[in-house]
Write a protein that binds this ligand. Structure first.
Ligand code: FEO
Length: 176
């Protein structure tokens, strides 16, 4: 069992992860419409990653006998149309998610909630990866000089990204 306060915070985090998925889905649509199909695919893979993050918390609440309470999703808003600016936005967004995950860890430590600390550690590690991916992409864009030809190649490279997380959420939670 976890505290009501912790369950509330995790339900809030489900909403934040779902919003991340929604944001990347919206970005994917804009980039694909602009002809950057590779970037669009990368962002759609990221959408799946975020759905997995949300569902991992969802499964955890159910395993702990706590109620899942879904909240309204905000409409994602972004103005960037260039690849570099878009990934700067993505990186800043992920820094915010890292802060949010760290808050859960801090609360779990304060409550001496070792189970949630263990779960939160997975997300702490995941956020290192998330930020690194974005920083690597931004570094590559810098290396190609943000040129049209270079961005075309970056677009092709990003389109090679495959799904790295389960997409069948019936297998999450319930002690599986
Ligand atoms: Fe769920 Fe991109 O952090």
């Amino acid at each position: 069992m976890i505290s009501k306060k912790m369950a509330d915070r995790i339900n809030e985090q489900i909403n934040r992860e779902m919003f991340s998925a929604y944001l990347y889905m919206a970005m994917s649509a804009r980039m694909t419409e602009a002809g950057y199909h590779g970037v669009g695919k990368w962002l759609m893979v990221q959408y799946h990653e975020e759905m997995f993050h949300a569902m991992k918390f969802y499964g955890y609440l159910q395993d702990q006998g706590s109620a899942v309470e879904l909240k309204a999703l905000a409409v994602p808003s972004f103005k960037e149309t260039g690849i570099k600016e878009l990934f700067q936005h993505v990186l800043e967004h992920e820094k915010g998610v890292t802060k949010s995950i760290n808050e859960i860890m801090a609360q779990a430590i304060e409550e001496k909630d070792y189970a949630t600390q263990s779960l939160a550690q997975w997300y702490v590690n995941e956020q290192i990866e998330e930020e690194k991916n974005d920083m690597d992409i931004l570094q590559t864009i810098e290396l190609v000089g943000n040129s049209a030809h270079g961005l075309f190649l970056v677009n092709i490279e990003l389109g090679k990204r495959g799904l790295g997380v389960p997409s069948d959420f019936t297998k999450l939670g319930g002690g599986d």
